[in-house]
Design a protein around this ligand. Structure first.
Ligand code: GLU
Length: 447
């Protein structure tokens, strides 16, 4: 990747002002890499310091989250909410609870979210939040007390028209329930549009649980079709076994693919005959257990504690675990093994070097800000249902999701062609996502 000379001074300054935040630098560099192309054609985007403004969050909140464990001990975690850009709509983006969370991680996620949300075509701005709290091994009561404490500060900063958080790693239906309960109590208000990913009986939307994984596969299908390939008969590797991975596996197999591997942070599993999705759901969603339990109960599954899912030959790779999980070496192995398509289900799972390897070797690559936009898009559909006090059927909502993902692909494809980078979906995503936000910022003046 290379930073265009038009924006290199902004990038140097950004690195200095945001020291010690390598993931944020990486996410900005990926966008800046494509901006050179747009700035040569449309230099007016350099006016009024627009690009520097876009890289500075509108607001950043950091707060103390004290909570009491089951033994009566007091713990202190750090809470974050970065309200990055609201030119297109209220801040929208998930909350991540994971020990790796720090301000730089939330800023990289919030920055990506601006462009992702822009690509959905729906009226949502970009934001992200979370905490360095580790939900692993905690009881339900500990999770509840943590969520209540977290919301006790967050509630004054969010709202249906202001900022609408949702889930991400470590935050699923259980956590959204506790967070919403505390919001409702503090605000004295059943403002269902304040959070998405809610339970189905209290304002949630059908398909939201499946949306990121299903959306990833709908997007991948479009990308395959554009290169005269199909999902049916394809060998697919998936990393992770959380919410995104599970529903990507389910949809890919429904379309006739064989998913030959998945993983969690403890090990990876080879599944030459495909994945038993119901068993995987039981182990991950109900028991909250390790993938070794899957191997103990599924026929023909092989547990690996060294190497990674990227070691296996496949046609399509779907990284669905976390940032920077797929590096240059893994990318070279995928190339050597004949992989032709990579679509990101997680946020920034491929390192910059890995993306360079994909590009240099003709692997068709879809960046997460486009291919994993189905989750937040369906959150925006949940907001529409809340605003109209309605609830849609599974089929209708799934159809809307499918159309949104197809449109995102078409938009990327068209934009990449327009800027003389046919099939470069990184360029397509960054430019299409950027222009919509940048135009809105120009129309709204210097704020
Ligand atoms: N955390 C998801 C994402 O990265 C979903 C956010 C949402 O639904 O607001 O896009």
């Amino acid at each position: 990747m290379s930073i265009d000379s038009n924006v290199s001074a902004i990038y140097e300054k950004l690195i200095k002002r945001n020291a010690g935040e390598p993931e944020f630098h990486q996410a900005v560099a990926e966008v800046f890499d494509s901006l050179g192309i747009v700035l040569r054609k449309d230099p007016h985007y350099l006016e009024d310091n627009l690009i520097e403004r876009l890289c500075e969050p509108e607001r950043q909140l950091i707060f103390r989250v004290p909570w009491v464990d089951d033994q009566g001990r007091v713990h202190i975690n750090r809470g974050f909410r970065v309200q990055f850009n609201s030119a297109l709509g209220p801040y929208k983006g998930g909350l991540r609870f994971h020990p790796s969370v720090n301000l730089g991680i939330i800023k990289f996620l919030g920055f990506e979210q601006i462009f992702k949300n822009s690509l959905t075509g729906l009226p949502i701005g970009g934001g992200k939040g979370g905490s360095d709290f580790d939900p692993k091994g905690k009881s339900d009561m500990e999770i509840m007390r943590f969520c209540q404490s977290f919301m006790t500060e967050l509630f004054r900063h969010i709202g249906e028209y202001r900022d609408v958080p949702a889930g991400d790693i470590g935050v699923g239906g259980r956590e959204i329930g506790y967070l919403f309960g505390q919001y409702r109590r503090l605000a004295n208000n059943h403002e269902s549009g304040v959070l998405t990913g809610k339970g189905l009986t209290w304002g949630g939307s059908l398909v939201r649980t499946e949306a990121t994984g299903y959306g990833l596969v709908y997007f991948t299908l479009e990308m395959l079709r554009a290169h005269r390939q199909t999902m049916s008969g394809a060998k697919v590797t998936v990393s992770g076994s959380g919410n995104v991975a599970i529903y990507a596996i389910e949809k890919a197999q429904e379309m006739g693919a064989t998913v030959v591997a998945f993983s969690d942070s403890s090990a990876w599993v080879e599944t030459p005959n495909g994945v038993d999705v119901e068993l995987l759901k039981e182990i991950k969603e109900v028991r909250r257990a390790r993938v070794s339990e899957y191997v103990a109960e599924a026929e023909g599954a092989i547990l690996h504690t060294s190497g990674s899912v990227w070691d296996l030959p496949c046609d399509v790779a779907l990284p669905c675990a976390t940032q920077n999980e797929l590096d240059g070496d893994a990318a070279r192995t995928l190339v050597a093994n004949g992989c032709k398509f990579v679509a990101e289900g997680a946020n920034m799972p491929s390192t910059a070097e890995a993306i360079d390897v994909f590009r240099a070797n003709g692997i068709h690559f879809a960046p997460g800000k486009a291919s994993n936009a189905g989750g937040v898009a369906t959150s925006a559909l949940e907001m529409q249902q809340n605003a109209s006090r309605d609830s849609w059927t599974f089929e209708y909502t799934d159809d809307r999701l499918h159309k949104i993902m197809s449109n995102i692909f078409k938009n990327l494809d068209r934009t990449a062609k327009e800027y003389d980078h046919e099939h470069d979906y990184v360029v397509g995503a960054n430019i299409a996502g950027f222009k919509k936000v940048a135009d809105a910022m120009i129309h709204q003046g210097i704020i």
